[in-house]
Design a protein around this ligand. Sequence first.
Ligand code: FMN
Length: 191
Amino acid sequence: MKFHDLAEENRSVRRFREDEKITEQQLLTFIDSARLAPCGANLQLLRFTPVTERRHCLRIFPALKWAGYLENWNGPEEGERPPAYIIIHAPIGERRHIPVDAGIAAAYIVLTARESGYGSCMIMSFDGKLLEEAAGTPDGYLPFLIIALGMPGEETVLEEADGDIRYYRDAQDRHHVPKIALDDLIVPVKD
Ligand SMILES: Cc1cc2nc3c(=O)[nH]c(=O)nc-3n(C[C@H](O)[C@H](O)[C@H](O)COP(=O)(O)O)c2cc1C
C-alpha cells in the first residue's frame, strides 16, 4: 500500500476484537520498525515492552484513560479491549529528544501494524504508577507512551473539520475524526 493511503486509513481504534490475538513475534516486527526509525543523535534511548498475555493485559488496562472527548464513554467494554500493547519506556531525566523520538517510534509501530491489518491507539493519558507496576518498567526509566493494538472492532470515518476538531460518534456508532484541510495548515514562506 502507498504510504499516503496507509496514513489515510490509519485512524486510532479504541474498540477491538479482543479474542483475535496478536503474537509476540508480530509485536516484535512492529518494534523492529521503531528500532530502525530516526532518533536524536542516534542515541536510541527508548525501550519497548511487548504485551500479549491476557493476565498482563488485565493488569495494564485499568491504568489507561480513553477518548477524552467522548464524555459518556468510559473506554472499551470486556470483549472489545485491546488484546496487546507495546509500552515505550524513556530514561528519567532525558528531556531533549524523548517526545520526538517516542512520537516517531510510535508512528513507525502503528503504521507497520496497520499495514498488517491491525488497529491501534497511542495513549499518553495513564496512571503512571499503575502502569509502571503493571509493565515492569526498568530502573531509571518511566513509561512514556503506550500503544494499544488489535484487530479493529469499530468503524472509523475520516472527514474534513468544519471548525471543530473533536472526534465524535454518530448514531450508527461510527467514530468520526475531523482533520483540518491541507490549505488551512499551510503557512507560505515570506517573500
Ligand atoms: C501523543 C498522543 C497521545 C494520545 N493519547 C491518547 C490517550 O491518552 N487516550 C486516547 O484515547 N487517545 C489518545 N491519543 C489518540 C488521539 O486522540 C488521536 O490520535 C486523535 O484523536 C486523532 O485521531 P486519529 O489518530 O484517528 O487521526 C493520543 C494520540 C497521540 C498522538
